[in-house]
Write a protein that binds this ligand. Sequence first.
Ligand code: NAD
Length: 499
Amino acid sequence: MTREIHHFIKGQSQTGTSGRWADIYNPNTGEVQARVQLATKEELSNAVAIAKEAQIGWAATNPQRRARVLFKFKALLEEHMQELAELLASEHGKVVEDAKGDVQRGLEVIEFACGIPHLLKGEFTEGAGPGIDVYSMRQPLGVAAGITPFNFPAMIPMWMFGVAIACGNSFILKPSEKDPSVPVRLAELMREAGLPDGVLNVVHGDKEAVDGILTHPDIKAVSFVGSSDIAHYVYSTGTAHGKRVQAMGGAKNHGIILPDADIDQVVKDLVGAAYGSAGERCMALPVAVPVGDETAERLIAKLKPAMENLKPGLSSDPEAAYGPVVTQAHKEKIEHYIQMGVDEGADLLVDGRGFSLQGYEKGFFIGPSLFDNVTPNMRSYQEEIFGPVLQIVRAKDLEEAASLPSNHQYGNGVAIFTRNGLAAREFASKVNVGMVGVNVPIPVPVAYHTFGGWKRSAFGDVNQHGPEGVRFYTKVKTVTQRWPSGDVGDQSFIIPTMQ
Ligand code: NAD
């Protein structure tokens, strides 16, 4: 019988009633390995009621005790790392080592959130007026919700619930319906770590559950990560219903290569950043911009042989460069974009289509592809492919190169490779993109900084995790207090600004 994945509500597995399911594939074999329930609005609403009730006690639990749960959770993540990575790889398709990185990156946000007693300390002014003190405090919002994509089923849920729960909120997680098992395991481990029932709930679903979240009056904040059209929909619908919303979208990150860059290092970095995890990363580097034809020729001369060693394989194979992509539909979408690039006149130097792994012919594998002479007017350049495809766009100088990421509809990450500090500094300052790497191909900020792109890569004003995450999941209250001495009736109240 097909394995079934149920909701996790009030500390336990809960069978849904909708009768609607989504298939979960094993991307290595192409077979359906499980199915997941898709919630109705009513089921979502019931989970929100439970989260709302649980939040009262959780918010009243002091921050140090809340942090202790997270410390235990972190230890459990380390203990279960192998199991989580294997489960993740079996549904997503990324190789197990990469899956460990997914868990590890989330764990680092939990480590950050363990510092919540310090992070929640407010501000205090003694003597703002005669006998008057002013202080501010950060209070939780109530019930928050997270809607997450398939490509980081461990890290992205932890970006969200780690900080939200540390701040004293309860949480509804609606993970991707393509790889929902790890999010459920994370919720189980949070319970094992001592989290009270109802504080973290996992409700599986599709648009119906998402719409339930976006319109529910008791959900105060929504964090979303996924593709840009849906991110925009989530942002506009959620804010129209009075919610605080952060909605991260798609990406098309550029790597600018100046003539003085260390080309051997660039090739190593590009191979990892463009093809690692089959290119299914929002911080992948799918566009290389060599400055000058000579730089382009040197790059291609070293990149092509390096790609010959780039062999996709089973997600359980430690020798595999990367695993299969998540679904057959996604594989076809990538192949469609490769054909589009050919039709638009770009030069396909290496064609990854038609790759097949012996014994796993129905798996969703796709080889690495490399395009040269891609131009900004091509649709295959303008849109996100989200697969193992690297596009080279040649630029005549740094100004032209820098204008490409700055003018692109997406603005998640960008990298510059050079030995020229001044050029890099100016580029980092001026480029119209949210996260910049200088000789760093995937500039994902560490957990105690903050993650977020610009333009159509993020809707909303507040980033994920780091101090911005704490701001997102709390509201500020400011208190002006006076403790008069003597006869209260004799003292007139003086607001500081009136004197
Ligand atoms: P997706 O947009 O298809 O799905 C994301 C979430 O939205 C899922 O939980 C899904 O169930 C839900 N959803 C899907 N269709 C919906 C609809 N019509 N209405 C309401 N909800 C809907 O994204 P994906 O394919 O799972 O993930 C890949 C995308 O996520 C890529 O575009 C990638 O760049 C992006 N991403 C962005 C970041 C970032 O931080 N900017 C990080 C990771 C992934």
